[in-house]
Design a protein around this ligand. Structure first.
Ligand code: SF4
Ligand code: SF4
Length: 457
């Protein structure tokens, strides 16, 4: 008995063809769209014997029962998890994020740092604390990781406030001495006063992420200080300065519910002004769920996504570049996701001025959610560290049945907890749409470049 695989996914390319991509065999095939239209109705009568065999071999069709296929998928997920763990151990890489301060010069309406402590924070991370972290606690946090395999993130609040200058200088000196990459996530307001910190070489901030909320009119209602003063023009001017430093600049564009036109105008502005390109790239980060969007919003989003991909040759989604490799894959290789992000992976830590250590950005400042703390000169872990380590697909029964599981990894743990009470529940957000749209764009871009990497049925 042949049926459609429970792990079969598809995306329409838009020219009468459809990409089938399997979440279990990881095979990608291009078929005429009417093939898919019949297949989704479980009608396989139009297929020749060879075609049926081909689709069976590629994992799009199966003769396994649902229960047996689920067992096969669990075996596959366990194998990939073991391989990912082995690769991570071999690579011996780690990142430390410094919360230089919880203070911020802006007061964005949607900011997630809303704990009482974040609103009324204590002193920033001092130069002395930075010194201690670098010399004493860093090796303890990441045992066996060579210094050159480290990367540092500067985060806040707003990390580039003038009061943090000395601590930043100390971090950059260490980075120069030990060839450590440094990344900063900033609102860019103080960039002009700190522009000498940015550049390509070690000892500089080599990568910087700056957020925009839409075109000038909308952005200036969102990303503003308490006084309400506009920031769009200041941020754009800072981005132009950053571009000249040759540091890699990542523009994180928040997409808001029912504000797609504003996103579109911003994307056009960034392109017309030649801000995007060379060392400046952009990606979309949704503050909205498609579930809450109307059809018009969704179509507008897809159009913008496509247009930007075509103009910049990179789909504007974050952490999905592995989908390009999925298309290029000649034989199976292991690179898929059994975790959504670094939470629980032991290769990423966030440290704040109180000596509290967290796994997730959205939990910083909430001491109940710390995974370790420095007290009396010692680093002590809390039970939460082990709970987070278990947040993999293997412990998420709903995700194990999802055809996107190995491309998604289970979604954001913290939003899942906030929404459902458990980190072991899925948080689908817009993950499926992003995966579909990104894969489609990589396919179209590859086809434009005459790469014939998808096997045609
Ligand atoms: S759990 Fe969610 S918010 Fe936290 S780091 Fe991961 S993706 Fe980000
Ligand atoms: S979070 Fe949602 S989309 Fe992601 S694997 Fe789980 S069920 Fe699938």
């Amino acid at each position: 008995m042949i049926r459609r695989s429970s792990y079969l996914n598809h995306v329409h390319v838009g020219d009468g063809t459809t990409l089938l991509f399997s979440g279990i065999s990881l095979c990608v095939d291009l078929v005429p769209r009417d093939y898919w239209d019949s297949m989704r109705k479980d009608d396989f009568s139009f297929l020749t014997r060879e075609e049926k065999e081909h689709l069976l071999n590629r994992g799009h069709l199966t003769n396994l029962t649902r229960a047996k296929e689920l067992e096969a998928f669990k075996r596959q997920a366990r194998y990939i998890y073991a391989k990912n763990t082995e690769i991570t151990k071999k690579q011996r890489r780690a990142s430390l994020c410094f919360i230089l301060t919880y203070r911020c010069n802006l007061a964005c309406a949607y900011c997630y740092q809303k704990t009482a402590y974040c609103k009324s924070p204590g002193p920033p991370l001092s130069e002395k604390q930075v010194e201690e972290i670098l010399t004493k606690y860093l090796p303890e946090m990441f045992p066996g990781v060579p210094k050159k395999n480290l990367s540092f993130l500067l985060f806040g609040g707003e990390p580039l406030l003038p009061a943090n200058r000395k601590s930043i200088v100390r971090i950059l000196r260490y980075a120069r001495q030990h060839s450590v990459n440094v990344i900063a996530s900033t609102n860019a307001i103080h960039v002009p006063e700190m522009i000498e910190f940015f550049g390509r070489e070690y000892g500089k901030i080599q990568e910087v992420q700056v957020t925009l909320d839409g075109d000038r009119a909308f952005h200036d209602t969102q990303r503003i200080p308490v006084s309400g003063e506009p920031t769009f023009d200041r941020i754009i001017s800072a981005i132009r300065m950053l571009k000249k430093t040759k540091a890699s600049v990542l523009l994180r564009i928040h997409t808001h519910p029912h504000r797609m036109k504003s996103t579109q105008r911003l994307a056009e502005f960034l392109q017309q002004q030649k801000i995007v390109g060379d060392n400046v790239k952009m990606y979309f980060s949704p503050l909205n769920d498609f579930q809450k969007c109307n059809r018009e919003d969704m179509h507008a989003f897809k159009r913008i996504f496509e247009r930007i991909s075509q103009r910049t040759h990179i789909p504007p989604s974050s952490n999905l570049t592995f989908l390009k490799r999925l298309l290029e894959m000649q034989e199976s290789k292991i690179f898929l996701k059994t975790r959504y992000c670094t939470v629980g992976s032991n290769s990423f830590r966030i440290i704040d001025p109180r000596g509290d250590i967290y796994d997730c950005y959205e939990e910083v400042g909430d001491r109940r959610r710390r995974i370790a703390a420095i007290a009396d000169g010692k680093l002590k872990y809390t039970p939460l560290r082990k709970t987070y380590a278990r947040r993999t697909l293997l412990n998420m029964p709903i995700c194990l049945k999802c055809s996107f599981a190995l491309f998604c990894g289970g979604g954001c743990a913290i939003r899942a907890r906030k929404q459902t009470g458990s980190i072991f529940h899925p948080y689908c957000h817009q993950n499926k749409e992003y995966i579909r749209d990104t894969l489609k764009m990589y396919y179209l871009l590859g086809r434009t470049a005459n790469l014939d990497f998808v096997k045609k049925t």
